[in-house]
Design a protein around this ligand. Structure first.
Ligand code: ATP
Ligand code: MG
Length: 632
């Protein structure tokens, strides 16, 4: 079979060959990005099926995303002798999809997909219910982060009573966690994390069933093993306990999901858990040009917590990675898109390009420029439209209200920031009919029982009425200062919000508003961009031939000829929260940020551009500290 592979141009180096042909017993392949780990997994699968005649139904092939799974299948179909039946019988997918299949096979009713909490808001609804008991403010408490924390605990197999809260915030979240689990069980609902936990408990409670699966599955192949979390690891360990035929590939330098409970320790202590296992290290990089590889090496070399490794590039090209220094994110977007346009005219295809950013909000300017260009592009389903973000939406509501004093939804969106209950809305709706005044005007007569709130509401009316004469940018500033929106954001920001800060969003909103003269025009732009976001997302599913606009996290495992990394400044990459942890003596988050840059850099095959804007969100920015080794 190896001969056939060679004839088809599938060349393997010596270490790759060792990994492909080592079929029985535990095997760990550790290697840097672009060294062919994923390719080895696919080739090994084809080899096992065709050379070793292994029954595909005994193999489980785990990938990190659904997209990676379908890509793996389509790659497999190109290998010699592979037939569709084999591919079909092979169990390939993410941990979630595979274990959900097992669960729903055994108790289809309990795990029927209509009981799945698919969307974040559905989960939020449930924990908000618990929040009521704690008297948490519906809008003010950062429920999204609480959910993230709960997910972290669940994936680490930590039950509510086992958590040792480290702050007031965590104490509240533990309560919500308890409540969430209880309510979910009562209503017979489940979330994505429960798919793994459900299977874990199913096996623990039914040793006979576990044994059946241990016999059924003889071979496990797992990609991106550095991002495995505790429950996933325990599942794999249980299932492979008989056969010991676990083949895992990973790169500790690409572990970027600690916030979800991923832990590279499982990769690093593989030898302890599988003492008879074999370790293969791949040293050649087949993806990126020499200069890109050496840049990546220099960056990641600065991390202390890592298994040292060296990567040699196979592919020579003397193009140095390029740093560029636009004035701000708007100019950054213009420069990137112009460059892409020129390259496409010179013969590149749209799918040769990826634009990568640290957080979703970092893509606003680029998104808007692309949406206004004729270039085809794609975005992830989880990129939330910028103007729909909670803090941004709340701010825009004031602008909308200045435009239409009877805009009910706008009033609904501003009440939380004034710390006034939503029930006021019913009251003013009645009054507005009785007294024939606008909803906004009626707010002045509301009796909340608190003098400070009533004062705020009176002020609200006069301030909102003064906005229409202002530019959108000045209007935003007025709302921040005069109506206490700035304080509201700060208060909310203290709830433990790690990744996205409301104040950053508002600064970015001002950058976006800068080029508009009237609130009216700006609101039109907002509506247009929000609609575009939905449209592009729908198109993205089938759009292959397009520029990729993605977070670094989502680009893991993928490769593009030309990559632009935008917003490479301190505060963005590394993210502020990591810098803050660093100042408080915890270096781990900063190291994870460096790994993110490493992941981003190693996506590039031919050319790499890193953009360092001088100003970001209206403030002076400084080049990412991680780029020091690149400047040389
Ligand atoms: P990552 O860590 O980013 O997931 P990886 O180690 O999984 O990277 P692959 O995606 O498998 O790397 O391979 C990177 C590129 O190198 C692919 O385009 C692959 O086809 C190519 N490649 C891998 N091994 C060889 C080889 N021996 N000869 C030629 N090309 C190779
Ligand atoms: Mg890979």
């Amino acid at each position: 079979y190896l001969q056939l592979l060679l004839e088809q141009g599938v060349h393997l180096d010596n270490n790759q060959l060792k990994a492909v042909t080592h079929v029985d017993g535990a095997l760990l392949i550790v290697a840097g990005a672009g060294s062919g780990k994923t390719r080895v997994l696919t080739t090994r699968t084809a080899y096992m099926l065709n050379e070793k005649q292994i029954d595909p139904r005994t193999m489980m092939l785990v990938t990190f995303t659904a997209k990676a799974a379908s890509e793996m299948k389509s790659r497999l179909s190109n290998y010699p002798l592979m037939n569709n039946r084999q591919i079909h019988q092979l169990l390939t997918g993410t941990f979630h999809s595979i274990f959900y299949r097992i669960l729903s096979f055994h108790s289809p009713d309990q795990w029927s997909s209509n009981k799945l909490l698919k969307k974040e808001w559905q989960k939020e609804q449930i924990i908000k219910d618990g929040g009521k008991e704690l008297n948490l403010d519906e809008k003010e408490f950062a429920y999204d982060l609480a959910l993230q924390q709960i997910g972290y605990w669940k994936n680490s197999l930590t039950l509510p009573h086992e958590v040792k809260p480290e702050s007031d915030w965590e104490e509240k979240v533990v309560f919500l966690y308890q409540h969430y689990e209880k309510l979910k069980t009562q209503q017979q609902l489940f979330d994505f994390d429960d798919m793994l936990l459900g299977c874990y408990h199913l096996f623990i409670e039914n040793p006979k069933l576990l044994e059946t699966y241990q016999n059924r599955f003889q071979y496990f192949l797992i990609d991106e093993f550095q991002d495995i979390n505790k429950v996933q690891y325990e599942l794999v360990r249980m299932l492979s306990n008989q056969s010991k035929n676990l083949c895992a590939v990973g790169d500790d330098d690409q572990s970027i999901y600690a916030f979800r409970g991923s832990d590279p320790k499982y990769l690093l202590q593989f030898e302890n858990d599988f003492p008879d296992g074999k370790l293969v290290i791949l040293n050649e990089n087949y993806r990126s040009s020499h200069e890109i590889v050496s840049t990546a090496n220099r960056i990641i070399d600065k991390n202390k917590e890592r298994r040292p490794k060296k990567m040699n590039a196979q592919f020579l090209n003397d193009r140095l990675p390029t740093l560029f220094f636009p004035y701000d994110e708007e100019e950054e977007a213009t420069m990137v898109i112009q460059d892409i346009q020129e390259k496409i005219e010179a013969g590149y295809e749209p799918n040769d390009f990826a634009i990568l950013f640290r957080t979703n909000t970092g893509s606003r300017a680029i998104f808007e420029r692309l949406a206004n260009s004729s270039l085809p592009f794609r975005i992830d389903q989880d990129v939330e439209p910028f103007y729909e973000r909670y803090i941004v939406k709340g701010m825009l509501a004031f602008l909308r209200l200045s435009f239409n004093e009877d805009d009910q939804n706008a009033i609904k969106d501003i009440l939380p920031s004034l710390f006034v209950k939503q029930s006021v809305l019913t009251e003013i709706k009645g009054n507005s009919i009785l007294k024939d005044c606008s909803l906004l005007e009626c707010l002045t007569e509301v009796k909340t029982g608190y003098a400070f709130q009533e004062r705020k509401l009176k002020k609200l009316v006069s301030v909102v009425r003064s906005l229409s004469k202002l530019s959108p940018m000045s209007a935003i500033e007025v709302i921040e200062k005069e109506l206490g929106y700035g304080d509201f954001i700060k208060k909310r920001g203290n709830e433990g919000n790690k990744l996205e800060r409301g104040s950053d969003d508002i600064r970015d909103l001002k950058v976006a508003a800068r080029s508009f003269q009237s609130i009216d025009d700006f609101l039109d732009h907002v509506a247009h961009m929000t609609a575009m976001n939905k449209e592009i997302k729908n198109l993205s599913k089938q759009r292959e031939h397009a520029i990729t606009l993605s977070t670094i996290h989502r680009a893991k495992g993928l490769e593009y000829k030309i990559v632009y990394i935008v917003g490479a400044v301190d505060g963005s990459l590394p993210h502020d929260y990591a810098l803050e942890s660093y100042r408080n003596g915890d270096e781990a988050p900063l190291e994870e940020e460096r790994r993110l840059l490493y992941v981003a850099v190693t996506r590039a095959m031919e050319q790499l551009y890193i953009s360092v804007p001088e100003k970001r969100r209206g403030k002076k920015a400084y080049m990412s500290r991680f780029l020091q080794p690149v400047k040389k």
